[in-house]
Design a protein around this ligand. Structure first.
Ligand code: FCB
Length: 455
């Protein structure tokens, strides 16, 4: 197909942008909010590459009305944002902080007035510190606390919000937070990480039916992160490493969610390596709970991995993004649109979720304003262009992809990288907090208007 032929998306295709609470809100101590594990983590010296915090971030807490107007000006149809659990429940459970709920309630009303569909993530990593102090995700009662929190939020917002995501990227929460210690809460313990995976999935399974009751007609799903993996060569040892990495990143989450229980090869690997003695943290009934029917699967895709027998699973960053000659973004991630195409097909043909959304996809480049006041972020624009073409080809294969959320609406606090990595469609000047749409945003605006990629 010629590059110039329009690539037309299905009529109801949903075009959105995504953010998360800790990365944009700021106001870390305002409106009765409790401390989160990210507040604690970023305030500890040496945790974040540029020694910054999300204390102010993009100040979205105070600028949300202007941010809605900005989205509207860019034709955005849906806004995926997350709720900060410690704004709702400063101690993680118990007494509702009404001011916190009011903030999100006003945000939802503002979005609806602007004709923008709210797509709400309940947990994008900012656990109340009070729950961490009692043991955090490695203990089962945190999963119970999440179910109560999900119940509370959806009882208040479920009349107006009709799209719910329970968790964002359980792999990252469990392993970057509890195995590598690069993310909050900064733990380095395989056993804690694996218990965390189970409690996250369990809490998802408990939350799904509660959300359905509180939010009639709503669609509910979970978002996973995917790093499609390939063996470096056809050597059987490379294949075995590929099997393990795919199990670790993907099957450990997908299989239980789609009723297949934890993959037995991975249970054996983890026991053989001494990470766990057994699966005794899985109680009778848990696997049925986790396999609760969902309406969609959220897919976060950025890059792929190529692994070889030399790969060291304790150093994922060193092994999963080895060089190809393809371009790499400033995160060091290979630009590989084919990976999104392959992934969407795999998920559809192997797991058959009723529908899929790309809930995150994007690229970090630091191109900023030049003399004419514009931001010519051509590499980001072409990243979006190529990945949307890949998504479109998957749709043509029959993959029920219902929408696409660009990561991110605006530059923001990129976790362990601080403000050094910019993923935004919109530039944020961190001195003035002024927002300026980049060329990629203006291009995306036209794509949404036409419901097509034209050229
Ligand atoms: C994902 C996170 C998101 C953002 C992007 C770049 O893993 O969900 O918050 O940091 O990576």
């Amino acid at each position: 197909m010629s590059q110039n032929q329009p690539i037309i998306f299905p009529k109801e295709f949903l075009w959105g942008v995504a953010t998360s609470s800790y990365q944009i809100e700021g106001a870390w101590q305002e409106g009765g909010k409790g401390e989160s594990i990210w507040d604690r983590f970023t305030h500890a010296p040496g945790t974040i590459e540029d020694n910054t915090t999300g204390d102010i971030a993009c100040d979205h807490y105070h600028r949300w009305q202007a941010d809605i107007a900005l989205m509207k000006s860019l034709n955005i149809q849906s806004y995926r944002f997350s709720i900060a659990w410690p704004r709702i429940l400063p101690q993680g459970r118990g007494q509702l902080n009404q001011a916190g709920m009011d903030f999100y309630s006003r945000l939802v009303d503002g979005l609806l007035e602007a004709g923008i569909t709210p797509f709400v993530t309940l947990y994008h990593w900012d656990l109340p510190q009070a729950l961490q102090d009692k043991g955090g995700w490695p203990i089962r009662s945190t999963a119970e606390a999440f179910a109560s929190y999900a119940d509370l939020v959806t009882r208040h917002l479920g009349d107006r919000v009709k799209n719910w995501i329970t968790h964002n990227e359980p792999w990252v929460i469990a392993f970057l937070g509890h195995q590598f210690g690069e993310h909050a809460p900064g733990i380095k313990d395989w056993n804690a990480a694996l218990r965390t995976t189970h409690h996250l999935l369990l809490s998802h399974g408990w939350a799904v039916p509660l959300i359905r009751v509180n939010s009639p007609g709503a669609e509910v799903g979970i978002t996973l992160n995917f790093t499609p993996t390939e063996p470096a060569t056809t050597d059987p040892n490379d294949f075995n490493v590929y099997r393990h990495f795919d199990g670790y990143f993907h099957r450990w989450f997908l299989d239980p969610l789609y009723g297949r229980r934890y993959p037995s090869d991975m249970i054996s690997d983890y026991i053989d390596r001494g990470y766990i003695d057994d699966m005794s943290f899985t109680l009778p009934g848990d696997m049925q709970t986790i396999a609760a029917r969902t309406d969609f699967l959220g897919v976060n895709y950025y890059t792929r991995a190529i692994v070889s027998a030399a790969s060291n699973p304790d150093k994922v960053d060193e092994v999963i993004y080895p060089g190809s000659d393809n371009e790499h973004t400033e995160m060091g991630w290979e630009v590989y649109p084919e990976g999104l195409y392959n992934l969407l097909n795999r998920l559809h043909f192997e797991y058959r979720p009723p529908k899929l959304y790309v809930t995150e996809n994007g690229a970090s480049y630091s191109d900023g304003p030049n003399g004419d006041g514009r931001i010519h972020d051509m590499r980001r624009l072409s990243y979006f262009n190529s990945h949307l073409r890949a998504a479109h080809r998957a749709i043509q294969n029959g993959v029920p992809l219902a929408g696409y959320f660009a990561w991110s609406l605006m530059d923001n606090f990129e976790w362990a990288k601080g403000y050094l990595q910019r993923f935004g469609l919109v530039w944020v000047d961190y001195d003035t907090l002024e927002r300026t749409p980049k060329d990629s945003a203006l291009w995306f605006k036209d794509v949404i208007k036409e419901n097509a990629i034209v050229g």
